[in-house]
Design a protein around this ligand. Structure first.
Ligand code: ZN
Length: 284
């Protein structure tokens, strides 16, 4: 190949690559859907995990990710049901779980805890877009939707990730969606959003009294009741560790270093911004 042809081929390849790269930057992230039980699916990728309950009377979702994921969620639901999304039960106010509300609210009934609605209206999540739309129907302790002969029960079981987390229970399927009361490897305690590390383990204890064998966490892979118990115990260990450090007289900066070393909390992470200052106050 002559040098001139090579240069042209290289230029063309670069052009195609840059075009492809620009295209990927404007596309919503890819979502994947998998079957959890008969009639129940889960959508992962970008934002919180979405549960999809398919019934003969329509579809119910738990959470609706970010606004940018709306079309991909609708497309995924279409592969398992020709019926519309009638209800969305929201686990909490964060934009990676409630961000799609604005696009769904004209066609679906959105339900959350009263605190989750209040947190959206008060813009308690500093990183959320300004146009977040809260649920129209709220509850404080428990509510159920009966759709296509199936009960979907949302319960407020106490503070943890925020002050308005709901767990969503599918009694006949024995599945629990925990929202971010179980999410990732290290709990994010959103103190500005009313979260509490001191109460989180008790909150999960209340959820554990339900009869289920499968857990859809707010983020991460689907697990079992035993997986949720392990997470609950890790939350308790975190509380004990940080309480111990505070009682030893360690400063916030010193505890930040421990959190980075032992829990991989990056110095600029939301854990450092939202969780650490609140833990210093709550656990002292
Ligand atoms: Zn969250």
């Amino acid at each position: 190949m002559s040098r001139r042809i090579f240069a042209r081929v290289l230029a063309a390849a670069s052009f195609l690559f840059l075009g492809w790269f620009a295209w990927t930057q404007t596309q919503p992230p890819q979502l994947t859907m998998s079957k959890i039980k008969d009639g129940l699916f889960e959508i992962e990728g970008d934002g919180g995990n979405v549960a999809v309950l398919v019934t003969n009377d329509g579809v119910l979702l738990v959470d609706d990710k970010f606004e940018q994921d709306h079309d991909s969620i609708v497309a995924a639901v279409k592969t398992v049901s020709s019926l519309p999304v009638k209800y969305i039960v929201t686990t909490h106010h964060h934009s990676d779980h409630s961000g799609g509300n604005g696009k769904f609210i004209s066609s679906a009934e959105i339900i959350s805890t009263a605190n989750a609605r209040a947190n959206i209206l008060a813009h308690k999540q500093s990183t959320a877009p300004d146009n977040m739309v809260p649920a129209r129907v709220v509850f404080t302790q428990e509510m159920s939707v009966f759709l296509g002969g199936q009960e979907v029960r949302a319960k407020y079981v106490g503070r943890g990730h925020t002050n308005g987390d709901a767990v969503v229970y599918f009694p006949s399927l024995k599945v629990l969606h925990t929202g971010d009361l179980m999410a990732g490897t290290s709990p994010l305690i959103d103190y500005p959003g009313g979260g509490s590390l001191a109460e989180w383990a008790q909150t999960l204890d209340a959820a554990m009294t339900l009869d289920f064998d499968t857990v859809i966490p707010g983020h991460g892979k689907v697990t079992t009741k035993a997986g949720l118990l392990t997470y609950r115990n890790d939350v308790e260990k975190l509380k004990t560790r940080v309480t111990g450090l505070i009682r030893e007289g360690k400063t916030q900066d010193e505890i930040a270093k421990v959190m980075t070393a032992e829990y991989k909390w990056a110095p600029t992470s939301l854990n450092m911004q939202w969780s650490l200052p609140g833990m210093m106050t709550e656990l002292k």
